[in-house]
Design a protein around this ligand. Structure first.
Ligand code: PGA
Length: 261
């Protein structure tokens, strides 16, 4: 990983946290995070979209950044239940997660739908955390790279349509589906192998492969953050379950930076 660029630690709260939990989270988290963290990393919180504005107020005057967990596939229109990229920006968020494995596998979102979400998000000026990752059976069959490559093709299309400049607003998260919420993280070697593959792909398909930030996600905990972040191509972490607890999330960042810096 390059030390000149910030590391990224993102909390994906999924469909969790009541407003009062968020109000408790912010001061406790800030208390536990040292100046060194702000100097070397970007910290992003992704609450439910209904909580974006409230969280935005709570993190005013801090360097915490705000992300939505998904965004609508068109600029506006008849899309019941969706939140548009412009509305996400209006709520104060500068990031959006696209292609999370729960969107891909629980809600069966197709590559085509994800391509539309991605294009709109980038077009409207959001930064994107684009998630990729294989199922256990795909790993067992030895098709991990093939699966990742297919998922990455949406990025290639978006860059071709919107221009090379958007690539600086894309972060990729490698999240093996079998590691998400299971307590079983990828080993640092497995994570590095996939991250190196992704960086190689990026080198061929977009400029400035060194600038690309690649996050690992899947059962990240305070105990494994250090060894995962020690890997060359792991530039940050996308944390689900363990990010709900402000102390655990702060500990993950602290431990991650121990090996990264
Ligand atoms: P987990 O989730 O940390 O609970 O495994 C990660 C994610 O889904 O982003």
């Amino acid at each position: 990983m390059s030390h000149e660029l910030p590391f990224i630690f993102a909390a994906n709260w999924k469909m969790n946290h009541a407003l009062k939990d968020i109000e408790n989270f912010v001061p406790k988290f800030k208390e536990n995070v040292s100046e060194k963290v702000w100097e070397n990393s970007a910290v992003i919180l992704a609450p439910q979209s209904i909580h974006l504005m409230a969280l935005g107020k709570l993190i005013q005057n801090s360097r915490i950044q705000l992300s939505a967990q998904n965004c609508g596939p068109q600029v506006s229109g008849a899309f019941t239940g969706e939140v548009s990229a412009a509305q996400i920006k209006e709520a104060g968020a500068s990031w959006v997660i696209i292609g999370h494995s729960e969107r891909r596998h629980v809600f069966k979102e197709t590559e085509e739908l994800l391509a539309s979400r991605l294009k709109i998000a980038l077009q409207e000026g959001l930064n994107v955390i684009y998630c990729v990752g294989e199922l256990l059976e795909e790993r067992k069959k030895g098709t991990t790279f093939e699966v990742i490559e297919k998922q990455l093709s949406n990025l290639k299309a978006a860059i071709a349509t919107l221009g090379e400049a958007v690539s600086s607003r894309i972060v990729i998260a490698y999240e093996p589906v079998w590691a998400i919420g299971t307590g079983e993280n990828a080993t640092p070697d497995q994570a590095e192998e996939a991250h190196a593959y992704i960086r190689g792909w990026w080198k061929k398909n977009a400029h400035n492969a060194e600038a690309l930030r690649i996050l690992y996600g899947g059962s990240v905990k305070p105990e494994n953050a250090k060894s995962l972040m020690a890997e060359m191509d792991v530039d940050g972490l996308l944390v689900g379950g363990s990010s709900l607890d402000p102390n655990a999330f702060a500990e993950i960042i602290k431990n991650g930076l121990l090996s990264a810096l």
